[in-house]
Design a protein. Structure first.
Length: 244
């Protein structure tokens, strides 16, 4: 009886090569999957690291010139040179048209006050004031003529609320409360805090409260001023110079 000799088919002869090719394909597929995962992860990381939103824009409107200015600080918190030039032009003396460089801390405080009141619009009563105008207003030493003061209102907020916020949130500033004219004064660059009340009406010369009353709490000052006669300008002490 003859013994049958088994001869492998052609594909059996190349079976090891098939196995190797399959492994190479699987390895390639694994690398492709890994690259896809890594790329998707990096894309997600880039999306999650979005740039922070820019600071909101605050609108200032001048009550005398009716001009408007959009105020927005840089991402670092300060204002660009160009923006400060725009501010100086916007806050120029509305009596003479004369311009003066404005203090950046003053501008920052105005912006922050508006932010505190939910990005409210600010109505500017006065910014820079020419020296001769300051003298006519009754205060030749007014900080307005140095570009460090502003009189303003906050849309939707009482001047009493703005007064109290300024006095509690900031230091080395001057705060003036003008109940009859309906605005708040703020100035910067002082060695210590100062506060006063001016009972003058629009267009009138200053009529300040006595220094003894200005040292009381703001709520007590407002109440006391209703019962006392209105003092003259000479009642303002030199160490607590008013800034109107």
């Amino acid at each position: 009886m003859r013994r049958k000799i088994y001869l492998p088919k052609r594909y059996d002869l190349c079976y090891p090569q098939v196995i190797m090719m399959s492994r190479a394909k699987w390895a390639l597929a694994a690398w492709v999957c890994l690259l896809l995962v890594l790329s998707s992860h990096s894309a997600f990381a880039k999306k999650s690291k979005k740039k922070p939103s820019p600071p909101p824009i605050i609108v200032l409107e001048h009550l005398s010139t009716h001009h408007k200015l959009e105020l927005q600080p840089q991402s670092g918190g300060g204002f660009s040179r160009r923006k400060m030039q725009e501010v100086s032009s916007f806050l120029r003396c509305h009596h003479t048209g004369q311009r003066h460089a404005m203090n950046e801390r003053l501008v920052k405080i105005l912006y922050q006050v508006a932010r505190h009141y939910h990005n409210a619009k600010l109505f500017i009563v006065a910014g820079y004031r020419a020296p001769k105008i300051a003298k006519q207003k009754g205060n030749p030493r007014s900080p307005h003529k140095r570009g460090v003061a502003a009189d303003f209102q906050v849309e939707g907020a009482s001047i009493e609320s703005v007064r109290d916020h300024l006095r509690s949130a900031y230091h080395n500033i001057g705060v003036g409360y003008y109940p009859n004219s309906g605005f708040i004064h703020v100035d910067v660059g002082r060695q210590k805090d100062a506060f006063w009340i001016d009972y003058s009406g629009p267009g009138e010369k200053a009529r300040y409260t006595p220094p003894t009353l200005r040292r009381k709490r703001s709520s007590q000052v407002a109440e006391a001023g209703r019962d006392d006669p209105t003092p003259s300008v000479s009642d303002v002490s030199s160490d607590e110079e008013a800034g109107g």
